[in-house]
Write a new protein. Structure first.
Lengths: 201, 571
């Protein structure tokens, strides 16, 4: 085995330098030159301040904004660092709920969310993505149905005609790629920025 | 289930099949030492590496030296990675100030990445410095993948050679695979991923002020370069905690599609490499067909189960399938497809939380891994895994007709069958043995987050994933404890090396044999009968071994859920 040590050691160091340093460093340089905005995280600025990333969902709770999906991310408890507290859309600690299909906690949570949404918009079926947490806890999108479901609340909170809010939503719907790949969706941050930009604040 | 969903699945299969032959042809040239279109650039680098390392590229190795070279390389790689994890706090490229990784977690992580498993008992963005992600994890992603491919090529040489003492040079196979196959594809792939929105930066986390005025800290990093190799090399270790569900690891439907294709690309092409090297491409297609049958069966069940949704939630009046733990941009079908692919291959990246899948939807990933990840499988590992099953199948076929079994002109005798069974039996021993241990000791029972049968499934999934070197998880399990770090780490090491060494022994033994010419009594191994027999043997071996454990986990959970029963944690 000893005569294998030299090739093992040399190849380990050399291939580490190539694949672990040269490759990521070179890619960072090239990617930064060709796609600077995307390489940096697709950040969105408004009035010179970073308001988020177009790819990362953020928490919306006000009645006048479209809400994203429930998020299962957490953060360290400020009172006790050994514990965690819920912190929706914590983009420094992505996480799903990991609750299984027969989890009582999941059933209770979904029931609570369903009841609240049914009170808000009675008579309409609640879109499934509005009451289920995403895999990452940072899902930037909701389904078109989930956006349309929220239109009456937004229209009321912003004193806008429902038709106008609905047409804003329809403008933001992204279809499947080539009509085949993925699912139709609405980026919540983009939609809310469009809402703020429509002079209706 | 929708028409569009089936079109997405069909498109995926078509692309993988289309790529298999050209990629297989290119890789065959690489492994046989021929010139390729990249040689003008890479050959000088390759020669330089051999000179410094004192390697004679023409000198081949006996299977035992090949195995020892591979083990020496891994021992050093393991120690280097362990040291890096322990010292990351005082090393550069650490803008977010990550501290040293604890000893048990460092052991687990080093074992995980060296074995191509990429089980992660840590959240990437909260634990690892950029240096660790690049120097430790990205580089092991390359090298563990290259090792898998090298070993498969060595085994194929066992079949293709006659009366030979050697099976190739580990050093040459490792170097050529890394330089000519993995690296060039990753360079192009990384740029594509950045064009889709995956970050590639050394800047620290970004502080944003949301529209509602809250602070949001957004973790970024050199993500794209790691994602490229983690998919292509079927490693699966994510930059972020939630892996390919994170919008920064998998931002668009197109990125998602290409990522799924890239999991299967090399593994599927390896069957073509096999066919070419043994001189009959049909032999490769037959193996790919057997894989395809098992894959389509699995993906159909996951897609059906996830579309149907959880009976408990449907009972509350919810429709539209199971979206808990899934992202809107992928929806049901792309999540189901990803889950079937990532566990069929030994990738283990996830774009949805398997823990939140329906009982039967989550059972298929388990079964895919339990069968030994031979459905396309990990790069290289899938091929040597299924060739081990082929040997058993040929043996069984020989028993049926009372002839000495032959495969590709090689007589399959007691030694090969013994080694094949050793490789096959190692996995259930690790998966079921450690699961049994964890369900009787307090430290093991402390792990699951879910109660009832789903909690058992979480434990079973963890050890199955570890021993199969997959790395995906039912993520509710708290794995970062002394017990799980140690047992899972051992499961990964045994699951990798106790399959590799018997496979290499088979390679050496076969290479030394003479080739017998085919006769009228030779069982043809490129037709439907052989494919059916191979699928049957795989299912019977897997089914008999794992059915009792599956009955205690997903199957009983499916029945309980159908009756509307739920289980409260801590109760």
């Amino acid at each position: 085995m000893l005569n294998q040590l030299r090739p093992a050691l040399v190849l380990l160091i050399a291939l580490t330098a190539i694949t672990g340093l040269a490759y990521p460093l070179a890619m960072t340089g090239i990617a930064g030159a060709i796609f600077p905005a995307k390489a940096a995280g697709s950040l969105i600025e408004r009035d010179g301040k970073v308001v988020g990333s177009s790819l990362i969902g953020q928490s919306f709770t006000g009645a006048g904004y479209f809400h994203g999906r429930p998020s299962a991310t957490s953060a360290a408890d400020p009172a006790d660092a050994a514990k965690t507290v819920p912190s929706p859309y914590n983009a420094a600690n992505s996480s799903g709920s990991n609750l299984g299909p027969t989890s009582a906690a999941l059933a209770e949570r979904v029931k609570g969310d369903l009841d609240a949404l049914r009170t808000e918009n009675p008579g309409k079926p609640v879109p499934v993505d509005l009451v289920t947490t995403s895999g990452s806890g940072l899902d930037p999108d909701i389904s078109p149905d989930a956006a349309l479901f929220q239109v009456p609340r937004i229209a009321k909170a912003r004193s806008l005609p429902e038709d106008r809010v609905r047409s804003l939503v329809e403008l933001q719907v992204q279809g499947r790629l080539f009509g085949i790949l993925g699912e139709p969706r609405v980026n919540v941050l983009a939609l809310n920025l469009a809402l703020d930009g429509s002079g209706s604040k | 289930m929708t028409i569009n969903g089936w079109i997405q699945i069909a498109l995926f299969c078509a692309v993988v099949l289309t790529l298999a032959r050209p990629l297989g042809g290119y890789m065959t040239r690489v492994f046989t030492g021929e010139r390729t279109f990249l040689s003008p650039v890479l050959a000088p680098v390759e020669r330089g590496l051999y000179r410094v390392a004192g390697i004679d590229a023409r000198q081949e190795q006996h299977w035992l030296s090949y195995a020892l070279a591979m083990l020496a390389f891994h021992v050093l790689g393991f120690l280097a990675l362990y040291a890096l994890l322990r010292f990351q706090a005082v090393l550069p490229f650490n803008p977010d100030g990550q501290s040293a990784v604890a000893p048990d977690l460092a052991f687990n992580t080093a074992a995980s990445f060296v074995t191509n498993t990429n089980w992660q008992n840590y959240g990437g963005e909260t634990t690892m410095s950029y240096l660790t992600q690049m120097l430790g994890l990205t580089h092991q992603n390359f090298l563990s993948a290259a090792t898998g491919i090298a070993l498969a090529v060595a085994l194929v040489r066992g079949f293709s050679r006659a009366s030979a003492a050697t099976v190739g040079s580990f050093w040459v196979d490792l170097t050529r695979t890394t330089l000519y196959v993995l690296l060039p594809i990753c360079v192009v792939y990384t740029l594509f991923l950045v064009s889709q929105g995956i970050p590639q930066t050394f800047g620290g986390a970004i502080e944003a002020t949301t529209l509602e005025g809250a602070k949001q800290t957004i973790a970024v990093g050199p993500v794209a370069s790691q994602v490229a190799i983690k998919m292509l090399g079927t490693n699966g270790g994510g930059f972020f905690n939630v892996n390919a569900a994170h919008p920064f690891e998998n931002p668009t439907a197109l990125a998602n599609f290409v990522q799924i294709v890239s999991i299967f690309a090399i593994g599927a092409a390896m069957t073509n490499v096999f066919g070419r090297m043994v001189g009959d491409e049909r032999q490769g297609w037959a193996i790919l067909a057997a894989m395809g049958v098992l894959f389509l069966a699995g993906v159909t069940v996951v897609y059906w189960a996830e579309s149907a949704g959880s009976p408990v939630l449907n009972g509350l009046g919810l429709t539209g399938g199971n979206m808990e733990g899934k992202e809107v941009r992928f929806g049901i079908v792309a999540s189901a497809l990803f889950a079937a692919v990532t566990t069929a291959a030994s990738c283990g990246a996830v774009n949805a939380m398997h823990d939140s899948f329906t009982a039967l939807g989550g059972m298929i990933p388990l079964i895919n891994m339990e069968l030994g990840e031979i459905i396309v499988g990990g790069v290289g590992a899938g091929l040597y895994g299924i060739l081990v099953f082929v040997i058993v199948t040929i043996f069984v076929a020989g028993l049926m007709v009372g002839r000495t079994p032959e495969y590709l002109g090689k007589k399959i005798e007691a030694k090969e069958v013994k080694m094949a069974m050793l490789a096959i039996l190692c996995l259930p021993l690790m998966m079921l043995g450690f699961t049994a241990l964890a369900t009787v000791v307090a430290a093991g029972l402390a792990g699951p987050a879910n109660a009832g049968p789903h909690g058992f499934s979480e434990i079973l999934y963890a050890f199955t994933s570890a021993a199969a070197n997959n790395g995906s998880a039912f993520g509710g399990l708290t794995g970062n404890t002394l017990f799980y770090n140690t047992t899972l780490g051992l499961g990964m090491l045994f699951g990798r090396f106790f399959v590799i060494v018997p496979a290499l022994a088979i390679a050496g033994s076969l290479a030394a044999k003479k080739t017998v010419p085919a006769s009228a009594g030779t069982f043809p191994t490129h037709g439907g009968l052989f494919v059916g027999l191979l699928v049957g043997v795989i299912l019977i071996v897997g089914g008999l071994t794992f059915f009792p454990a599956l009955a205690l986990g997903p199957i009983v959970e499916h029945l309980a859920g159908g009756l509307g029963q739920t289980f409260a944690a801590g109760g």
